[in-house]
Write a new protein. Structure first.
Length: 396
C-alpha cells in the first residue's frame, strides 16, 4: 500500500512539474509593448525620436526591477505614415509579437485604420493623432490619446488667428480625416471673434504643384491663410505663395513647419509664418527627463510617448497583470487626482508596490482623460518665423 502511494505521488509530482514550470515561465516572461510609429513618410522626422524615448523609459523601468518583477520588451515597427503599412505592422505586433499595448501612432489615417485591430483583439492603443473621428469610433475604451482632439486644437488655433487681427481666413488643406472638421470649427471660432472663413480648398498631397489651389484661395481675398499641411507639401505651398506675391498672414501646424523646413527654404519664403502646436508641460520634471534622453528640446510627440509607455507600465502594475484588457481597466486609475503625484513610471511603480494610489502627470502634462479617451486639456505653443528662425510668441 505504501509503495503504491509512493509511486502515485511520484507520478503526480512528475505531472505537476511542467505546470509549475509553465507558471514560473509566465511570471518571468517579458511584458510586451509595441511601438508603431512613422520611421518614414511624412511623419518620418518624428518617429525615430519617439522610439528612442519609448525604449529609454522601458530601459529605466527594467533597470529598476521591471513591472511585477518582469521586464518590458519593446518591439518597434514602421507604419511608413501609411494606413496599409500601418495595418500590416499592427497585425504583426498583435498576432506574432503578442503585445498588450500599441504605442505612438501618429497620423490620424493610420490610427483610424489600426484601431479596429486593437479593440477587436483587446489590445490597448495609445496615440498622438488628433482627428475628432478617432475617439468617435466604437473602440470600447481601447483608445487613449494624449494629443488634444481637432476640436480643442482648432478652438485654440482659431482664437489665435482671430487675435492676430485676421478677419477673413481661408484654409488650404491636405486631404486628411480631420480637414473638414477643422474648417468647420475654425469658422465657428472666427465668427465668435468677429471674423469669418471665406473658403477651403482640399488638395492631393501627391501633386508636385498647388498653384491652381493657391489661385483659387487668393481669389477670395483672404487676409490670413491656414495651411493645414504636412512638411513636403507645405514646402511647395510656401514657395508658390511667395511667387504669387501673397503678403497676408500665414498660419500652420508645427508638425509640418519644423526646423528642418525653415532650414530648407530661403528666409523670405517663410517670413511671418506662425506655427501652432499642443505644448508639452515645459516646467515638468518629466519634460526635463525627455530633454535629457534626446539631448535637445523634445517635440510634443516625443513627450507624449514618454507618457504612453509610463501609463501602460503603471496600469499593468495597478491591475496586477499585463493583458490589454487589464491596461484598459486600470489606465485611468493611475492618473487618480486623489493619489500621490508622480512624474516618472519608476517613482509610481514603487508607490503602487507599497499599496498607494498614484496621480501620474507626465511630460505632456496631467494625464486625465474623458470617457471616450480624449485628453481633457493641455497648453499650446505659438511661434513665428523671423529671419529664418523661430521666435516664441506664447505658451498658453
Amino acid at each position: 500500500m505504501t509503495a503504491r502511494l509512493t509511486r502515485r505521488a511520484a507520478v503526480l509530482g512528475t505531472l505537476a512539474a511542467p505546470a509549475i514550470l509553465r507558471t514560473g515561465l509566465a511570471q518571468s516572461a517579458p511584458i510586451r509593448f509595441g511601438a508603431l510609429t512613422p520611421q518614414t513618410g511624412a511623419g518620418g522626422p518624428y518617429g525615430p525620436l519617439m522610439v528612442k524615448v519609448i525604449r529609454a523609459v522601458a530601459d529605466e523601468i527594467n533597470a529598476a526591477g521591471g513591472v511585477l518583477g518582469r521586464k518590458i520588451e519593446i518591439t518597434s515597427e514602421d507604419d511608413q505614415t501609411n494606413p496599409d503599412s500601418g495595418v500590416r505592422a499592427a497585425r504583426k505586433l498583435i498576432d506574432v509579437d503578442k503585445v498588450s499595448a500599441v504605442i505612438g501612432t501618429w497620423a490620424s489615417a493610420v490610427t483610424t485604420a489600426v484601431a479596429p485591430l486593437c479593440w477587436e483583439n483587446k489590445v490597448m492603443l495609445f496615440t498622438v493623432s488628433g482627428a475628432d473621428s478617432i475617439t468617435k469610433l466604437p473602440h470600447q475604451g481601447y483608445i487613449i490619446r494624449t494629443q488634444p482632439n481637432s476640436f480643442l486644437q482648432t478652438t485654440r488655433f482659431g482664437q489665435h488667428i482671430a487675435e492676430s487681427g485676421a478677419k477673413r481666413a481661408y484654409s488650404i488643406a491636405a486631404q486628411t480625416p480631420f480637414a473638414v472638421d477643422v474648417y468647420t470649427r475654425l469658422g465657428e471660432v472666427m465668427k465668435e471673434r468677429g471674423g469669418e472663413t471665406v473658403g477651403q480648398v482640399i488638395y492631393d498631397a501627391s501633386k508636385s504643384s498647388f498653384r491652381s489651389e493657391i489661385d483659387t484661395a487668393l481669389k477670395a481675398k483672404p487676409d490670413a491663410l491656414f495651411l493645414n499641411s504636412y512638411t513636403p507639401d507645405l514646402t511647395i505651398l510656401l514657395r508658390e505663395l511667395f511667387r504669387a506675391g501673397y503678403e497676408g498672414k500665414k498660419f500652420t501646424l508645427a508638425y509640418a513647419a519644423n526646423t528642418k523646413l525653415l532650414e530648407s527654404l530661403p528666409a523670405e519664403v517663410v517670413e511671418g509664418l506662425v506655427s501652432m502646436a499642443p505644448s508639452p508641460d515645459i516646467n515638468s520634471p518629466a519634460y526635463a527627463h525627455v530633454k535629457a534622453i534626446l539631448g535637445a528640446e523634445p517635440d510634443p510627440y516625443a513627450s507624449q510617448v514618454h507618457d504612453h509607455v509610463s501609463l501602460a507600465a503603471l496600469a499593468v502594475a495597478k491591475a496586477g497583470t499585463d493583458s490589454g484588457a487589464a491596461i484598459h481597466d486600470a489606465v485611468r486609475a493611475v492618473g487618480n487626482p486623489a493619489g500621490v503625484k508622480v512624474t516618472s513610471a519608476v517613482e509610481g511603480l514603487k508607490l503602487l508596490a507599497a499599496g498607494k494610489e498614484v496621480n501620474f502627470e507626465g511630460a505632456s502634462g496631467p494625464c486625465k482623460f474623458t470617457p471616450t479617451g480624449d485628453i481633457e486639456n493641455c497648453k499650446f505653443r505659438f511661434e513665428i518665423a523671423e529671419k529664418g528662425k523661430y521666435r516664441l510668441l506664447s505658451v498658453s
